[in-house]
Design a protein around this ligand. Structure first.
Ligand SMILES: *Cc1c(COP(=O)(O)O)cnc(C)c1O
Length: 413
């Protein structure tokens, strides 16, 4: 398998199995393609047989070994595999983390004096980037209501150069009308970037919905095993070339060992996401029926904010969602999380093990209302769950213990 065209007729699971496995990257001497997964090529120096070969080496091309910072076959195989999963992508740049991928994309597009519009439910480090890194480089960030197209259009000005979308958004999970936002941006000459970590290309084809650059934290679903960090940005030919040059300029490089772990995770991603989505939906439905729970924020759940757009635009989901408790205190919410034994307490998500973390959106948002319509002002304390691969019934039993601990704190009083 060598080009994305070869894979286009296959389903996503088959593509995940075949992607990135060029024969020259998986060969042993005399046996092209003999190894199933691309080997770990550790290399910084490329030796040339003679001066003529050194002088003849083409400048800065993909898939030509030159020096370690431009990668070697393991990294190229992962980048190509991700490109093959993203319809409309000409290439993928790898970064040492998801945050680094977001920074790499924004620093490719933005220049001093520009304005960045950022969705109000963005991942918090993205917000911090707007207030810190970008501000220091003379770029202004303004936030907009994630689900209000008119508010987005009203926020655009002559200096707006880029919009950062994230759908569903971190913590509160509203699904954005990415196609409408990307089209509105394009009409004004604004470049759209989306953080597609939640859905991955298996659940949402961002470039096909009109976005210019799609960014992902591979740390989550692609790794899937909570042992490795990386990020990616994929785009059509023009933005891919610019992303690649900017990443080279910033000295971004990922290790072949980590790229190999990511390739391993990628092979099973479709099936992990399906299992986690099914379990998450069952747990979301169970939570919705509980008196302790004011609102479940899970795009896959009918009636949840953003479900209609999710059902229209997405082909899959994942195990990450939040719920908000019916009133109560921060201490009671802590007691709930402490009472869980199968859910680890920790950041990140998308691993095979379930996690729970507290969610306090009211303290983060600046451009849109929280709590949502239909919730009481005291419904402020949320929990975010990342559902892993444990049995659903065991996770529900664990959550039942957690809700009992919450109630025992007099939370409902
Ligand atoms: C975790 C995360 C990131 C950042 O990824 P890292 O690999 O941890 O740097 C970016 N966006 C979203 C939505 C995330 O959840």
């Amino acid at each position: 398998m060598s080009s994305s065209d070869d894979l286009e007729n296959f389903g996503a699971a088959t593509r995940g199995v075949l992607a990135g496995r060029r024969e020259e990257w998986t060969g042993t001497p005399g046996h092209p393609g003999a190894i199933v997964n691309p080997a770990v090529w550790r290399a910084s120096t490329h030796l040339y047989p003679d001066m003529a070969a050194l002088r003849a080496h083409p400048a800065n091309e993909d898939g030509r070994f030159y020096y370690g910072r431009r990668g070697a076959p393991t990294q190229w195989a992962l980048a190509e595999a991700l490109t093959q999963l993203e319809q409309g992508a000409a290439g993928t740049v790898l970064y040492p983390s998801g945050v680094s991928a977001i920074a790499g994309a924004l620093l490719t597009v933005l220049r001093p004096g520009d304005v960045l519009l950022m969705t109000d439910n963005a991942y918090e480090p993205s917000r911090v980037m707007g207030r810190g890194l970008l501000k220091d480089f003379g770029i202004e960030t303004r936030w907009f209501d994630p689900t209000d197209l008119a508010a987005f259009e009203a926020a655009c000005c002559e200096r707006t150069r880029c919009v950062l979308l994230e759908s569903p958004g971190s913590l509160t999970m509203e699904v954005q009308d990415v196609a409408a936002l990307a089209a509105a941006a394009k009409a004004r000459g604004i470049v759209s970037v989306v953080d597609n970590t939640w859905a991955s290309p298996l659940g949402f084809q961002a470039l096909r919905h009109g976005v210019d650059i799609v960014v992902m934290s591979l740390t989550k679903h692609v790794s899937g095993h909570s042992d490795c960090m990386m990020g990616s940005a994929s785009a059509g030919p023009d933005w891919y070339r610019k992303l690649r040059l900017r990443a080279q300029g910033l000295g971004n490089v990922v290790s072949p060992d980590d790229a190999s772990l990511m390739l391993r995770g990628l092979r099973t991603m479709k099936h992990r996401l399906e299992a986690e989505s099914a379990s998450a939906l069952a747990i979301a439905e169970w939570l919705e029926g509980r008196p302790e729970v004011a609102r479940v924020l899970c795009p896959m759940l009918p009636g949840s904010p953003g479900h209609a757009v999710w059902a229209r635009d997405f082909t899959g989901g994942c195990g990450l969602f939040s719920f908000v408790l019916e009133g109560g205190t921060s201490e009671a919410r802590d007691a709930l999380i402490d009472a869980l034994s199968l859910f680890g307490i920790g950041y990140s998500w998308g691993g095979f093990e379930s996690l729970a973390t507290p969610v306090d959106p009211a303290s983060i948002r600046t451009a849109s209302a929280w709590p949502l319509d239909g919730m009481e002002p005291e419904d402020r304390f949320g929990v975010r769950l990342s559902i892993g691969l444990e049995d659903t019934a065991d996770l529900i039993a664990d959550l039942e213990r957690g809700l009992a601990a919450w109630a025992a704190q007099g939370a409902a009083a």
